[in-house]
Ligand binder design. Structure first.
Ligand code: ZN
Length: 159
């Protein structure tokens, strides 16, 4: 137990939230924000740092991130002031961002957050997109739930 407790103590001391993107790292600005080779025109915005980690593992982008710190949830009393939404708008207002990808959960709270942010960003010349919903890689159509299949049918793309 000793080494585990020591490792957790060190992690607790060293891990900080990045003042630019809100992601957690052992440095501020975080490794991604400090990397000048990263593409700056696209911001992937997600509710939690763990989602940024998942997006990084997918290796489908070399862009930058913005962590909101949660999702809007009126029932739980979580409003815009509880999230890092103002930070996202400020980054867009600075200029240079051409696209904000809303990588939010396909839940009511996630979609509410996405609509709210889309409205806030509407005065700015930035494209707001979201992740596609649909068939998982390797998925079989007859085993999909109705909601996912319906989303995939609506968001079909040219082959
Ligand atoms: Zn950062």
């Amino acid at each position: 137990m000793g080494p585990l407790a020591e490792a957790m103590r060190v992690a607790h001391e060293r891990i900080v939230a990045c003042s630019v993107c809100g992601n957690i790292d052992t440095r501020d600005p975080c490794t991604i924000c400090a990397d000048e080779r990263r593409e700056s025109a696209t911001l992937w915005s997600s509710s939690r740092s763990a989602i940024c980690g998942a997006l990084e593992r997918a290796q489908a982008t070399r862009a930058r991130y913005h962590v909101l710190g949660g999702a809007l949830s009126p029932l739980d009393g979580i409003g815009p002031e509880d999230l890092n939404i103002a930070g996202l708008v400020a980054r867009v207002a600075e200029g240079g961002v051409q696209e904000v990808v809303l990588a939010v959960n396909a839940t009511v709270d996630g979609q509410t957050t996405a609509h709210y942010i889309t409205e806030l960003l509407s005065p700015y010349p930035v494209k707001v997109t979201r992740l596609a919903h649909g068939v998982p890689v390797g998925g079989e159509l007859d085993y999909l739930d109705d909601g996912t299949l319906a989303a995939a049918m609506r968001q079909r793309t040219t082959f």
